[in-house]
Each structure stands twice: as C-alpha cells, then as structure tokens.
Design a protein around this ligand. Structure first.
Ligand code: AGP
Length: 607
C-alpha cells in the first residue's frame, strides 16, 4: 500500500502542500518518498529512500517550483527501498512523472516490450512501465490524457495513479482500478489522493473515484470519464464530516477494524505475486533435506497452517517451530542440508532473526516471507517473498496473517506441481478457489459482523475460553485464541480438539465457552464428536461453520457461517475472519483499545 497525492493551484507553490499531504499519508507507507512539479516547461523531481521527515531534511521537499505537482509515500512491493525505486517514476526524457499505488501483474512483459523499443529503465519497480507507455503514445501523437488512458488500458493488476507532464503543464491526469483514489475540490485548487486525510485541511469537498474511472484535473475543475468508453461521469462532490484522525482510519474507529475490513483488498494483492518468486521459493523447498518453518506469534500460526498445506499439497514435510525455541529444539541438528523458511511481517522480530542467524551460521539455507522489503530478514535471506499486504498499523496482526497464509498456499501449490503431487487441473482449481477468497471474506464481513457484535455482548464477561479445531483448523483456532487474549485481555486456551480427553476437558463446567473452528472438511465428523463431548459437560459452544451446516447449528449454542466452497487447505484464511471480528468486538465491549493493547509492541525487536 502506498500513498499518492497531486495538487493544482490557481496560484502559489504546490511543493509545500505536497510535502504536508505526504506526511498525512505516511501511514500508507514510509520506506521512500518523492515529489515532482512542472514549471516553465521543465520537470523538477526530488525523491529518496526514507520517511517524509528524513527525505525533507535531506532534499527540502518544499523547494520545488510550480503550482502543479504530485507526490508519493512508498511501501515497497517490487524493488527495494532505494532512491531509484522511489516515486515519481519518469519516462526516458524526464518529461512525464507518475506516482502509483497498487500492484501490476503484467509489468515484466510490458517492460520487455518497451525495452525492445529502446526505452531505458532506471528502477526495479512495476510502476516504471507507466511513464514509458505514456511516452510511447505521446510520441505517436496522442494528447496527454489520451496517452495516459492508452497506458492504463494495458495494465493488469491494481492501480491508483497520478501523472503530470511538461508538454501539458496545466493538468494532472489520474485513474484507478481497485486501489483507492479521491479528488478534492478546493475554491482555488484541486487535489487527488489515495485517502482523504491528504487534503482534508484544505477542502472538505471530495469525489470518490470508482474502479475504471479516469479524471483530468485542470483550472476548469475535475473532468471524470470511464476508461473503457471515455463516457463522461457526472458526480457531485460529497462534504466530508470526519476529522483528520477519523479520516486516517477512513472513518473506522480503530486501525484494527479498518485492517480487518481491508483484507479483501490485501488478499487480492497477495494474488499478484510474480510467478518467478513463487517458483524460486518452491525450488529451494523442493531440494531441501529438511525444512523448518520459524516464526513468532501470529506468523507462527501461519506456519502451522503452512505445514498442513505443504504436506497435503506437496507431500513435503516441514517442522513449524516457535522462533524462541528453535535453537533449543533444533539448533544442534541444523546443517548445510537444512532449510529455514522464516515468516515475519515486520522482518525485524528479534527471536526470529536470532533463530535465522543461528541456522545461517551453520550453513543452512534461509528463505524469508515478510511484509517489509529492506527489512533485516530480506537482507539475511537467500531469497524472500513479499506478502504485499501494505502497512499494518494495529498492533494485532490481522490482514498480514491472511496474507501470509495466502502466499504460503501459493508456494505450496507451486511446490506440489513441481514435485508432481498435484495434477495441473488440481492446481488450477486451487488457484481459482484462492481467487474467490477475497469475495468470500467480503461476504463474511458484510453478513456476519452484526451477529458477531451481538455474540461479543453475550460472551463479554466470560473469564476463559477454549479455541479448538482439528487438522489445519488448529492453526485457525490458535490465531483466534491469540487475538482474543492480546486485545481483549481474556484468558484463552487452544489445543487440538482431539486432545480434550487427555486432560483439558477437566476445566469444563457449566457455561464454559468453547469456540470450535469446524469447516466442512475431513475433520468435521471427529470435531462434532468433540462438540458433543463439551456440550455433555455443560460447555457453551460457539462454532465457526460452513454456511447451512444444520447438524452443527442444532448442536452449537451459537454459530457464525462461512460461505461454502472453501477447500480444506485454504480454510484458515476465511475462517479466521469471524475470530478476528469476535476478538475486536469483545475488546470494544470490555473497554479495551484494540489498536494499542497493553504490554505489546507491533514489532518485538528485543529478545
Ligand atoms: C500478533 O497479533 C502479534 N502482534 C505478534 O504475535 C506478532 O505476530 C509477532 O510478534 C511476530 O511479528 P512478526 O510477524 O513481525 O515477526
């Protein structure tokens, strides 16, 4: 996720406004920053690695001439956070500048086509193909707006872009597909931005752009058209009633609930990974004598899910190990034949890095899965994959968990094909099911959240919970347990449901709440047995089930339904969402701040 901004003033300097707007968009990304203005037929660009304050201190972002400009705060997905990869990205002649938020799937092919036509690329970003495509069309005689339209019609993936050029220095052209983009209408100015906070202090009149729409911002105002057929779009500005703090959360009360709701978007972006990265990870995992999945907290639960995926889809055995236990558990057996796949959203978790360094010092192969390109984990890994889920501000991991599981599933499918354990049709079907999951998550949020709010009121005063599941649902149950503990401060216990009779069931007494994760999969029948065990001893059962599962509906005291058709190996992604929502609403009911849970930090960089 990145932040883009553009502004056109009737008079005065655009650069200071761009600088302040980028500060307000920093929660969308902050590993690199840049701005560009047009003045007297020239493009002026300042950009570098680092956050807004660091780059401003170094380059003085306010000192760019001109009344028109664009800016960008970056959260790297393609290309490390380096000056050359910062936006704006330019064409060959430094006459066109583009800022972009999103993930392009087909940039490799476009780049090759453009290089064959003589274009010289300077960055490793997917974005850079856009100014060169615009350049091609303008050299073919098209005007700027038409050239930008031709360019975006070639793009596959998600984008919100703003573009300026020296040939037509009085307009900003912007377009969107999936990534957010709003236009701000001032009295003597006009803006475009990823989010409203960027221009809210300047104007409260905003027009939300929709997918497939294009806007030409000029002194005459905003002219909105449909990219497909260039038909005009008439839409009156809305008046924004949020204050700045609410606007940063898009009107949500907390970042955590905003990020839970963002999961369909972040999951769509995880499905735009370059096949080469997945193939490289699968190759290393295929050749390894032994594979350890090493992580902490939520990322460890993603590893638990992944161990089931690698086994079921690729017949690849893996050992998930909590990072702080790694050296004790496996430290002495690690050798050059070992492979460690470290999973860390931040890429900076000390326990995980400590385990990785121990393995690396014993010549093991280190693979990384992280959300932060340029993090320590990316530097110590032989190769890594970025999960592309954008910055996560809430301390509790939500969208980064489902993103991690989605990426690990894609690697497992690729590995299954590589090892001949998955027929092509099976792999194709699983990928198709993965593509459907963002919409399934959307439906869960839309249809179940109100019910879950009511359940949080009902269970608010319970003093301890069990979270149980079987098979891959043990990972899902574990994640639900952690969420409830860490943000609602409710003691919760998770273990494989089959373990109940080996001791834990002695805790059960009348009214004891037990959450079951029970998809319609190979473990369902046995899990029903566990539900009945618990009910017989007075437990109150809350079941997360496939929609329409009448048998469990009749057994459970409460249930939350997940749409049908999710393959067993992919169930952690949608089935965790009700548990995230339950934990969030329990926290609200119990007067906790879900964004800043006590005693916790977003990234635990100490051992
Ligand atoms: C999850 O909600 C917690 N915030 C925590 O367990 C976290 O997942 C853990 O510290 C690992 O962080 P990482 O993914 O950045 O390594």
């Amino acid at each position: 996720m990145c932040g883009i901004f553009g502004c056109l003033l009737k008079g005065g300097s655009a650069a200071p406004l761009i600088h302040v707007a980028l500060k307000r968009l920093e929660y969308r990304g902050y590993d690199s920053v840049g701005a560009a203005t047009v003045y007297e037929g020239r493009l002026y660009v300042k950009k570098d690695q680092g956050n807004v304050d660091a780059v401003h201190a170094k380059l003085h972002l306010d000192n760019l001439p001109g009344r028109l400009g664009i800016g960008h705060t970056r959260w790297a997905t393609h290309g490390a956070p380096l000056q050359k990869n910062a936006h704006p990205q330019l064409d060959c002649d430094n006459r066109i500048a583009v800022v972009h938020n999103g993930v392009l799937e087909n940039f490799s092919g476009l780049r090759q086509e453009l290089e064959e036509r003589g274009h010289v690329f300077r960055s490793k970003t997917d974005t850079e193909v856009i100014p060169h495509l615009i350049e091609e069309s303008m050299k073919a005689g098209l005007g700027f707006a038409d050239a930008v339209r031709e360019a975006v019609k070639r793009l596959e993936g998600s984008y919100a872009i703003a573009a300026i050029c020296t040939q037509e220095p009085d307009k900003i052209v912007c377009a969107r597909k999936e990534s957010p983009l709003v236009v701000g209408i001032g009295d003597s100015s006009i803006y475009c931005a990823s989010d409203i906070p960027a221009f809210l202090p300047l104007t409260k009149r905003a027009i939300a752009m929709r997918d497939g729409e294009f806007a030409i911002l000029s002194d005459a105002g905003a002219e909105i058209k449909k990219i497909a057929d260039w038909s005009p779009v008439e839409r009156e500005p809305e008046t924004i009633t949020w204050d700045l703090e609410m606007a940063e959360k898009l009107g949500y009360p907390y970042f955590m609930i905003k990020e839970i709701h963002e999961q369909p978007e972040s999951l769509r972006n995880t499905l735009r990974l370059q096949d080469t990265y997945l193939d490289l990870m699968a190759t290393f995992l295929d050749r390894a004598r032994e594979v350890f999945l090493v992580a902490c907290g939520t990322s460890y639960h993603a590893c638990l899910a992944a161990s089931h995926m690698f086994s079921k889809l690729a017949f690849r055995s893996t050992q998930p190990i909590i990072a702080s236990e790694f050296v004790q558990r496996a430290g002495d057996s690690i050798s050059v034949d070992s492979t460690v796949l470290a999973v860390s959203q931040s890429g900076e978790t000390a326990d995980t890095l400590s385990a990785v360094m121990h393995a690396s010092n014993r010549a093991a192969t280190i693979l990384g899965l992280t959300n932060v390109i340029g993090s320590t984990l990316t530097r110590v890994s032989r190769t890594y994959t970025c999960q592309q889920s954008g910055p996560e501000i809430g301390v509790a991991a939500t969208k980064t968990f489902t993103a991690q599981v989605s990426v690990l599933a894609q690697i497992a499918i690729k590995l299954g094909e590589k090892r001949g354990k998955l027929f092509h049709e099976e792999a194709k079907t699983l990928r198709k099911k993965l593509q459907q999951i963002p919409e399934i998550v959307e439906r869960i949020i839309a249809t179940q959240e109100e019910k879950i709010k009511g359940l949080a009121k009902k269970y608010r005063d319970k003093r301890c919970f069990f979270f149980l599941g079987r098979g891959i649902s043990t990972a899902t149950a574990s994640e639900g347990m952690l969420k409830l503990m860490e943000i609602a401060y409710v003691p919760a216990i998770t273990y494989p449901a089959g373990e109940s009779k080996h001791g834990p069931i002695s805790l059960i007494e009348e009214g004891f709440p037990v959450v079951f994760v029970c998809p319609n999969d190979s473990t369902r029948k046995a899990t029903i047995g566990n539900i009945m065990e618990m009910k017989a001893r007075g437990a109150v059962v809350l079941a997360i089930i496939e929609e329409g599962d009448e048998e469990i509906k009749n057994l459970a005291d409460d249930y939350v339904e997940v749409p049908k058709g999710v393959p067993e190996v992919l169930t952690p992604i949608p089935y965790v969402v009700p548990l995230q929502l339950f934990a969030y609403h329990m926290a609200i009911e119990r007067g906790c701040n879900p964004d800043m849970p006590r005693n916790l930090a977003k990234s635990v960089t100490v051992l």
